[in-house]
Design a protein around this ligand. Structure first.
Ligand SMILES: Nc1ncnc2c1ncn2[C@@H]1O[C@H](COP(=O)(O)OP(=O)(O)O)[C@@H](O)[C@H]1O
Ligand SMILES: [Mg+2]
Length: 289
C-alpha cells in the first residue's frame, strides 16, 4: 500500500479539496482500492464523505494515535493507495503523519502568505526524507503571480506541471459529497484533476519503482497541456452548470434507504468506532474483530 499525504501548514490552501478530488479520481481511473483518511479533528472530509452516495473511495477517520493501526488495517484489507488529509498549522501532528508518507503533496495558493508558509512544511518532509510535490491551487487565470509562485516553489522542490485554477466548481461540487469530475465531467476543472492525478500516479510509480502503478498512456496526453490552454477567461466558471447539476441530482436519503449497497467504512479502532451521522448502519469492512 502506498500513502499520499496532503499537508501544508497554511489553512485554506486546498488540502481537503485535493485529498477528496484525488482519491475519487484515483478510484475512477482504476488505480485500485483507494482509502481516504481524515486526520483533521475538524472533520471536513468526513462531512463530505457522509453526504457522498458513491461507494468509493473507502473512508477512515483516524486520530494521530490511531493512524498507524488504521494504515496497517487498510494494508491488510487490500487497499492500494491511502490518501491522508491533515489539519493545518500543528507542526508536531503534521510531522507524525508525514512520517508515514510515500509522497507528500503540498497544495499552495499563489499568494505571499502561502508561499511564506511552505518552508516549514518542506522542512518537515525533509526531516523524514519524504519526496514533496507542490500543487499550485486556486490560481487566477493568466495572473502573473502564478508563474512567479511556480518559480519560487521550484527553489524548494518539485512543482506539479498541472495548475488547479480558482473555480466555484471545486467548492460547489463538494456540497453533496461529489467532485468536479462527477458533477461537471468534461469541464476544465475536471480535466485539471484528472491531469494532476495522472502526473502524481506517474511520479509515485517512479519513486516507488513500481511499474504496475504506471498509468495507461492516453493518446495525446501531456500533463503540461493544462498550463498552456483552455483557461477560462478571468472570473468565468461553471458555477451555474454545477449548481444546476446539484439541484437536478436525486435527493439524498441516507445510506439506510439504499438497501444492500456496499460501502466501505473502515474504522480505526473497533472499541472506539467513530460513526458519523447516518453511517451507523453501514457495513464495516475492517474492525469487526
Ligand atoms: N481551486 C479552488 N477553487 C475554488 N475554491 C477552492 C479551490 N480549492 C479550495 N477551495 C475552497 O477554499 C476553501 C479552503 O479549501 P480546503 O480544501 O478546505 O483547504 P484546507 O483543507 O487546506 O484548509 C474551501 O472553501 C474550498 O472549497
Ligand atoms: Mg482541510
Amino acid at each position: 500500500m502506498y500513502t499520499i499525504v496532503c499537508a501544508s501548514q497554511k489553512g485554506g490552501s486546498g488540502k481537503t479539496t485535493l485529498s477528496g478530488h484525488l482519491a475519487v479520481e484515483a478510484s475512477r481511473s482504476g488505480a485500485g482500492e483507494i482509502a481516504l483518511i481524515d486526520t483533521d479533528p475538524q472533520g471536513s472530509l468526513a462531512h463530505w464523505w457522509n453526504a457522498r452516495q458513491a461507494p468509493a473511495p473507502h473512508f477512515v477517520k483516524a486520530g494521530l494515535p490511531d493512524l498507524e493501526q488504521a494504515l496497517a488495517g487498510l494494508h491488510q484489507a487490500g487497499i492500494k493507495i491511502a490518501v491522508i488529509d491533515t489539519p493545518p498549522a500543528i507542526t508536531q501532528s503534521i510531522s507524525r503523519v508525514v512520517a508515514h508518507a510515500d509522497l507528500v503533496i503540498v497544495p499552495t495558493r499563489p499568494s505571499p502568505h502561502d508561499l511564506r508558509a511552505v518552508g516549514a512544511t518542506v522542512d518537515i518532509a525533509e526531516r523524514h526524507g519524504k519526496p514533496v510535490i507542490f500543487v499550485i491551487n486556486a490560481a487566477t487565470a493568466r495572473a502573473r503571480i502564478t508563474g512567479e509562485s511556480a518559480v519560487a516553489l521550484s527553489q524548494h522542490g518539485t512543482v506539479a506541471p498541472v495548475i488547479i485554477h480558482h473555480r466555484v466548481d471545486f467548492a460547489a461540487s463538494m456540497i453533496d459529497g461529489r467532485t468536479v469530475g462527477e458533477v461537471v465531467p468534461g469541464s476544465a476543472s475536471a480535466k485539471e484533476i484528472s491531469d494532476l492525478w495522472f502526473y502524481i500516479q506517474e511520479r509515485l510509480s517512479r519513486l516507488m519503482h513500481d511499474p504496475t502503478l504506471l498509468p495507461e498512456i492516453r493518446p495525446g496526453h501531456l500533463a503540461i497541456n493544462s498550463l498552456l490552454s483552455q483557461e477560462l477567461p478571468q472570473g468565468e466558471d461553471n458555477a451555474a452548470e454545477v449548481l444546476q447539476a446539484i439541484a437536478d441530482a436525486p435527493v439524498y436519503e441516507g445510506p439506510e434507504r439504499r438497501g444492500g449497497e456496499r460501502r466501505g467504512v473502515l474504522e480505526a479502532r473497533p472499541h472506539e468506532r467513530r460513526v458519523f451521522g447516518r453511517r451507523a448502519t453501514d457495513q464495516v469492512l475492517w474492525g469487526s474483530k
